[in-house]
Structures are given as structure tokens and as C-alpha cells.
Design a protein around this ligand. Structure first.
Ligand SMILES: Nc1ncnc2c1ncn2[C@@H]1O[C@H](COP(=O)(O)OP(=O)(O)OP(=O)(O)O)[C@@H](O)[C@H]1O
Length: 244
């Protein structure tokens, strides 16, 4: 299904979010905007709070302060299943596919909010996007290659036809050529109308793909710019892209 992605309205906004684990504060005054149709990336070093930001959006961790709005509605305070059902698909770090289930069964689980008729339609769509998954539909997920498992994690998140797809480190542990293939699919998914919020340590690849990007350091955003502008930023090149 091709969605209307011409609208320039905010799909997701975080305003002054504070969040963490028990007494450990990780996010400090985090504000972010994702407009409908965009690809937005959060880049940053290990342990700065990127995954914590995503977990807070998904309600896996409750924000201590601030507001999160999705499609104009406040979602902080809702349960994770309600947030997902409102139209957010999630592909977690490390893929986390169900290893002892086959490809089809993993996709069936991703479609738990989808009725039977729409399920067949969704299945055809994700198989069209990832023909390799169709070829391996009866194969146990644990026996797929890393790249195929990443495709499965993305396909599973797409089964409920989300308005926003959130991905945590989709290139992690993949050979450069496979990471590029995954990023090409993400561009295609976005062209079909799905907005994307991405966390990525491969900064060059992420900035090439994205419209807008945020740089996170110690639980705060320190830069927030058009991705093409950040890709030319001296500090970003030196610190995150290994360009002297
Ligand atoms: N379950 C947890 N309990 C306590 N502290 C945690 C927990 N998960 C993460 N943290 C801490 O929160 C901080 C931010 O972690 P987070 O996973 O958000 O970083 P990240 O930027 O996503 O890094 P990476 O790219 O390595 O995953 C780190 O100091 C981490 O040790």
C-alpha cells in the first residue's frame, strides 16, 4: 500500500524528555521531531542514550518528564502494545528474531494486530520487498544469515503496515555490501510512504539515506541539522566518520 507522504506535518515529537533506569538518569531534556515522510537518524557513540531514546518512545521505559506525541496524540503513559498498535513498527538492536520459528511464523507474529484478509496482502508486500525471505519462508530463523535475519526483523516490523518504522542499528555486524543492501531497502520502504527513525553507528551510510539527523552525546542532542549539512560538518566528519 503506497501511503500519502506529501504531508509535511510532525508525525512524532519528543519535548524535553528525561528518562533513565531507576536512579540513573540517561536522557536530559531530549527534544526531537520526525515529520511525515522523512528519514531521521540519531547518531552517536556507544552508551550515549540512543537506544534509551527509542525504548522511551516505545514505552519500554517510562519518561520521568516531558511529552511524546505521535500523530498528534500524547503517547507517553500508554503501554507498549498500545503504542505499537497506534502505528509504530520496531526492529530492535541485534534483530531478536524468534530463532526456533520459521520465517513465515515470525512474520505471522509481527502481524498480530492485522486481520486475516490484510495479512495475506501484507505478506505479499514484504515478500516482494525481500524476495529472499519468500524463498526461505519455511526455514528456521536461527539458520538465516545475519543479513537475512535483519531483513526478517524489518519485514516483521512492517507486517502491521506502520506509519513510523523505528530501527535500532540495522547494519550492526553486517558486511558493508549487505548493510548497503539493507539501506537500499529502507529507502524503498520510505518511498512507499513509511516514515523512518533510525539509530545507526555507520554514520556515512545513515547520513546518505536520511533527510535529517541528530547527534547525541551523554544523553543530549548536541547537533540537529539536515543530514546533507551534517555530512559536511568538520566535527562530525572527524568524530564520527573517521575523516581527518
Ligand atoms: N537496563 C539498563 N539498566 C541500567 N542502565 C542501563 C540499561 N540499559 C542501558 N543502560 C545505560 O544507559 C546508558 C545509555 O545506554 P543506551 O543503550 O541507550 O546507549 P546507546 O547509545 O544505544 O549505545 P549502544 O550503541 O552501545 O547500544 C548506558 O550508560 C547504559 O549502561
Amino acid at each position: 500500500m503506497v501511503k500519502d507522504s506529501t504531508n509535511n506535518q510532525n508525525l512524532l515529537t519528543l519535548k524535553n524528555i528525561e528518562s533513565g533506569y531507576g536512579h540513573v538518569k540517561v536522557l536530559h531534556n531530549v527534544s526531537l521531531k520526525v515529520k511525515k515522510g522523512q528519514i531521521v537518524t540519531i547518531v552517536g557513540a556507544n552508551g550515549v542514550g540512543k537506544s534509551t531514546t527509542i525504548k522511551t518512545i516505545l514505552g519500554l521505559i517510562k519518561a520521568n518528564a516531558g511529552e511524546i506525541k505521535f500523530k498528534g496524540e500524547t503517547i507517553n503513559g500508554l503501554e507498549t502494545y498500545e503504542i505499537v498498535a497506534s502505528g509504530i513498527g520496531y526492529s530492535p538492536e541485534g534483530r531478536e528474531v524468534f530463532g526456533n520459528l520459521n520465517v513465515y511464523e515470525n512474520l505471522r507474529i509481527g502481524a498480530y494486530t492485522v486481520d486475516k484478509k490484510d495479512f495475506s496482502e501484507r505478506l505479499e508486500e514484504v515478500y516482494k520487498l525481500f524476495p529472499r525471505l519468500k524463498e526461505r519462508k519455511n526455514q528456521e530463523a536461527s539458520s538465516l544469515s545475519g543479513g537475512e535475519q535483519q531483513m526478517l526483523a524489518i519485514a516483521r516490523a512492517l507486517m502491521q503496515d506502520p506509519d513510523l518504522l523505528i530501527l535500532d542499528e540495522p547494519s550492526l555486524g553486517l558486511a558493508p555490501i549487505i548493510a548497503e543492501e539493507i539501506f537500499n531497502r529502507l529507502a524503498e520502504i520510505n518511498q512507499m510512504g513509511t516514515t523512518i527513525l533510525l539509530i545507526e553507528q555507520n554514520v556515512s551510510l545513515a547520513l546518505q539515506l536520511s533527510d535529517h539527523a541528530y547527534v547525541m552525546e551523554k544523553g543530549k542532542f548536541v547537533l540537529d541539522e539536515k543530514a546533507s549539512v551534517l555530512a559536511e560538518n568538520d566535527y562530525v566528519q572527524k568524530t564520527y566518520m573517521g575523516i581527518a
